[in-house]
Design a binder for this molecule. Structure first.
Ligand code: AMP
Length: 399
């Protein structure tokens, strides 16, 4: 193995996902996940050469976790000494207004990421730990932070400002940050390539529909709107998150149901969305329930689609007209033909037409699923956040 590779690390609160990639060829050479850090029994999984190894093992902290990753590479390949790792790219969920671009990590930058913990209490602490340990274990190469929020730093002031008292909002750094930015950027660039159009010259809507879901409007290569806000709770209906709702519901639950702030937080983030509506957050299961005639599952699906259609319509207005392309990505967007069909049906009055046959073909490739006479191209593009992180890392270190 001789070409330059990047190790991408996504350290969460109790997990570390990692992937070794060749950014030039887009090849994912090896990767895996360390789960349940700090619990009695953890789990590690490592994939290389089409073989997957998994083990149950106690993992005390993030240091143990990353040392375990090194052991897995040595035990199951490839040997890191031969892997020609030129940099480590770290996914960081919240970059606040501080980081509009990928950034080379030094002690000061690490401190700034730590300072952003109040804005991302679930994510940034894990990132900080992951970066600290990785900088020790991979001391000879540069480390780069890639922020989920950076792509949305171009939002116009009218789009990122909440109508709260100015000083209060400023004092607590309250604004729309947006998340999934690495995915929205990667997918919108790929969509322009798929259409054979100049990225700086088209209007796009990107729907990232995974267990978390967000939608963005991208005009002439810059994000102009996005559905997630101060946190990844706002916007579309998600697997377990509410997305948009009247903020007074929070107060109502506190006053009338006697819930604490933490309890409301758990309800809104973990017990709502599709799961709250029908007890199921996995889309495959949801579709099965709909097929069996389950009313709650049918309503959950309708609520999900209704919210999505509302956003698409409003983003058309924000873009000042029909987009050139609407792209679906992530687990649900890439695999669920029915969602794409329902959105297209809702937009039929705008001349949007899906090709039902093409739309129903399962594929891992980027593809167009609209009919030739559709006013808007509908595309499906698999997202690849690890590759995007590896490429941005490589760009920054100038290789
Ligand atoms: P992600 O967060 O991008 O990994 O997406 C996870 C979501 O994608 C889950 O809700 C899954 O139910 C959904 N998903 C994954 N595969 C499929 C599939 N083949 N058909 C429908 N939904 C899927």
């Amino acid at each position: 193995m001789s070409s330059a590779t990047v190790l991408v690390i996504n350290a969460g609160s109790s997990t570390i996902k990692y992937q070794l990639l060749d950014p030039a060829t887009a090849e994912a050479i090896a990767g895996g996940i360390v789960e349940r850090i700090g619990e009695d029994m953890g789990l590690v999984e490592h994939r290389y050469n089409g073989v997957e190894h998994s083990e149950n093992i106690h993992i005390g902290d993030h240091g143990d976790g990353l040392r375990e990753v090194l052991r897995l590479f040595e035990a199951h390949g490839p040997h890191l000494a031969d892997a020609n790792i030129v940099a480590v790219g770290h996914r960081v969920v919240q970059g606040g207004s501080v980081f509009p671009h990928p950034t080379l990590i030094d002690d000061h930058v690490l401190e700034q990421i730590r300072d952003l913990i109040p804005l991302a209490p679930l994510h940034n602490p894990g990132h900080v730990k992951g970066i600290e340990v990785a900088r020790e274990l991979f001391a000879d190469v540069p480390h780069v932070a890639i922020f989920d929020t950076s792509f949305f730093q171009t939002l116009p002031e009218a789009a990122y400002t909440y109508a709260l008292p100015r000083e209060l909002a400023a004092q607590h750094s309250i604004r729309r940050y947006g998340f999934h930015g690495t995915s929205h950027q990667y997918v919108s660039e790929q969509a322009a390539m798929l259409l054979g159009r100049d990225y700086k010259d088209i209007k796009q809507i990107v729907a990232h529909l995974g267990s978390g879901a967000s939608i963005s409007a991208v005009k002439n290569g810059e994000a102009v709107e996005t559905s997630m806000g101060l946190t990844p709770l706002e916007g579309l209906v998600m697997g377990t998150r509410t997305g948009d709702m009247d903020p007074a519901i929070v107060l109502h639950l506190q006053r009338e149901a006697g819930m604490s702030a933490d309890e409301v937080n758990t309800v809104l983030n973990k017990q709502s969305g599709l799961k709250g509506l029908c007890g199921e957050n996995d889309f495959r299961e949801l579709l099965r329930m709909i097929d069996e005639g389950n009313h709650e599952a049918t309503v959950a699906f309708d609520v999900y689609v209704h919210r999505l259609v509302k956003y698409v319509g409003s983003y058309m207005a924000v873009l000042g007209g029909l987009p050139d392309v609407i792209t679906f990505t992530a687990g649900v967007g890439e695999n669920n033909a029915l969602i794409r069909e329902r959105v297209a049906q809702a937009l039929a009055g705008f001349g949007v037409r899906i090709d039902p046959e093409v739309n129903n073909v399962r594929s891992k490739e980027a593809r167009v699923v609209s009919a030739p006479d559709s006013t808007v191209t509908i595309a499906v593009i698999p997202t690849n956040e690890e590759l995007a992180i590896a490429r941005q890392t490589m760009d920054l270190i100038g290789q």
